[in-house]
Design a protein around this ligand. Structure first.
Ligand SMILES: *Cc1c(COP(=O)(O)O)cnc(C)c1O
Length: 393
C-alpha cells in the first residue's frame, strides 16, 4: 500500500488523537528509516528514545526471533528465564532492588505510585509531590502526577493526593512536605518538559529530606535511563540512590516493556494480589531487554555516549554562536535539548522534509536523542541538515 491509501484507512478507522506526518514508515536499520516510497530518513530522535540501539539491532532481532519460536507468553503464576535474567540485569546495574514488570512507562509509574501508597498504608501517609514541567504518563494517576496543566484539560476530577513544586527548588519542596506526604517523584533529567537537568544540590537535598522525614524517593527514568545519560541510570551522576525507580521506553530496544525496581524492604509491601499485569514480564519483551543490556556491555556503548554526547553538545554550542535563534543548548550524554527563541514546530517539519527525524517539545526545545551507538558521521550529517534549516530566513 502507498502512503495515500494508508492515510485514507487511518482517516476512517484510527482515532485521530495524534498529529501525524504524512509519511508511511516501512523499515529501519540502525539510524536509518525508510518510507513506502523508498525515501531514507536519518533518525536522531529514536522515537522518544525507544530505539536505543538504533532500528532492528541484530542482537535484539535475534533474541526476539529465537524467543518467539520458543515461548511468547507465560502467565505470572509460573517462572520464565528471560524475566529473571532481565530483573538481575536491572538490579545489578542499579541499586540492588527487586523488579516488577509491565508494558509501558505510565504503568511503571502507576506501580510506583501504588507501591508508595501501600507501603504507607499503616502510616496514613498518601500524598506524593511532583515537579513543574514533569511528565509521568497518561493514565489518570500518572497524568495527575504530571505537573503540566495542558495534559489535565478535560479529565477532571483528577486523583487526590498530588501536589506540585517548581523543579530544582529545594526550599519550596521542603515547605510543601506535610505529615501526609509519603513520596517525592521526579525525572533526574526532564524529557517532555524540555531537557531540564536536576541540579546536584536538588537531588542530594531530596535524598536528605526523604531520609530525615521517612519519605520515598521515586525516580522516573523512563526516558533518561538505560545508558542515555552516559551512565546506566541518570541518578548515578549524583552520588545518591532512589528507593524506587521506573523504566520503560528504551528497556526493550524497541519492544513494549516497562519496569519498576524498588529496594527489597519496600518492594515486599507489594504482596500477592495487590498488583499485577497480564503481559508484564512476558518472555518475548524480557528477552529483548536482556539483549539490550548485553549489547550495551559488549559494544561499550556507555563510552560512546560520553564521547558522542560531548561532541554533539560542543558542535551545537558552536552553532549557537552563529545562530541567534538558539537560546540555549543543554544535555547529559545523548539526551540533548536545543532551546530556541521561537516555536520549533515548523523547523521540525522542515527537518523531516529534509530527511532528518528530530522532535520539538515544550514548544521551543528541539530534542536530540540519537541511538547510543550513533557515529560521528551521523551526527555531522544531522547537524548539517539542521544548520541549513536554521540558517534560512
Ligand atoms: C514517555 C514517558 C512516560 C510515559 O511512558 P508511556 O510508555 O508512554 O506510558 C513516563 N515518564 C517519562 C519520563 C516519559 O518520558
Amino acid at each position: 500500500m502507498n502512503t495515500k491509501e494508508i492515510k485514507e484507512i487511518y482517516d476512517r478507522y484510527v482515532i485521530p488523537n495524534y498529529i501525524r506526518n504524512p509519511i508511511l514508515l516501512v523499515k529501519g536499520s540502525g539510524v536509518d528509516v525508510w518510507d513506502a516510497e523508498g525515501k531514507r530518513y536519518l533518525d536522531l530522535f529514536s522515537g522518544w528514545a525507544v530505539s536505543l540501539l538504533g532500528h532492528c539491532h541484530p542482537n535484539v532481532v535475534a533474541a526476539i526471533q529465537s524467543q518467539a519460536a520458543k515461548l511468547q507468553h507465560a502467565p505470572n503464576i509460573y517462572f520464565t528465564e528471560p524475566q529473571g535474567l532481565l530483573a538481575k540485569h536491572i538490579s545489578e546495574k542499579s541499586f540492588g532492588g527487586q523488579c516488577f514488570f509491565c508494558n509501558s512507562g505510565a504503568e511503571a509509574n502507576e506501580a510506583a505510585i501504588k507501591l508508595a501508597r501501600i507501603h504507607n498504608s499503616n502510616t496514613g501517609k498518601y500524598k506524593i509531590i511532583t515537579f513543574s514541567d514533569s511528565f509521568h504518563g497518561r493514565t489518570i494517576a500518572t497524568v495527575t502526577a504530571t505537573a503540566q496543566p495542558k495534559y489535565h484539560k478535560g479529565f477532571a476530577p483528577l486523583v487526590e493526593g498530588f501536589s506540585y513544586v517548581p523543579f530544582n527548588d529545594l526550599e519550596a519542596l521542603e515547605k510543601s512536605i506535610d505529615d501526609k506526604t509519603c513520596a517525592i517523584m521526579l525525572e533526574p533529567i526532564q524529557g517532555e518538559g524540555g531537557i531540564n537537568i536536576a541540579s546536584r544540590e536538588f537531588m542530594q537535598g531530596i535524598r536528605r529530606l526523604c531520609d530525615e522525614k521517612g519519605l520515598l524517593m521515586i525516580l522516573d527514568e523512563v526516558q533518561c535511563g538505560m545508558g542515555r545519560s552516559g551512565k546506566y541510570f541518570a541518578y548515578q551522576h549524583y552520588d545518591i540512590e532512589p528507593d524506587i525507580m521506573t523504566l520503560a521506553k528504551a528497556l526493550g530496544g524497541g519492544v513494549a516493556i516497562g519496569a519498576m525496581t524498588a529496594k527489597k524492604e519496600i518492594a515486599k509491601s507489594l504482596i500477592p494480589g495487590s498488583h499485577a499485569s497480564t503481559f508484564g514480564g512476558n518472555p518475548l519483551a524480557c528477552a529483548a531487554g536482556v539483549a539490550v543490556f548485553e549489547t550495551i556491555e559488549k559494544e561499550g556503548l556507555l563510552d560512546n555516549v560520553k564521547k558522542m554526547g560531548s561532541y554533539s553538545i560542543e558542535q551545537l554550542k558552536l552553532l549557537q554562536k552563529t545562530h541567534k535563534i538558539i537560546k540555549a543548548v543543554r544535555g547529559v550524554g545523548l539526551m540533548v535539548g536545543i532551546e530556541l527563541n521561537v516555536n520549533g514546530a515548523e523547523i521540525i517539519k522542515n527537518c523531516i522534509r529534509a530527511g532528518l527525524f528530530l522532535n520539538c517539545t515544550h514548544d521551543t526545545v528541539i530534542r536530540f536523542m540519537p541511538p547510543l551507538n550513533v557515529k560521528k558521521e551521523h551526527i555531522d550529517e544531522g547537524l548539517n541538515i539542521l544548520t541549513s534549516i536554521l540558517s534560512k530566513p
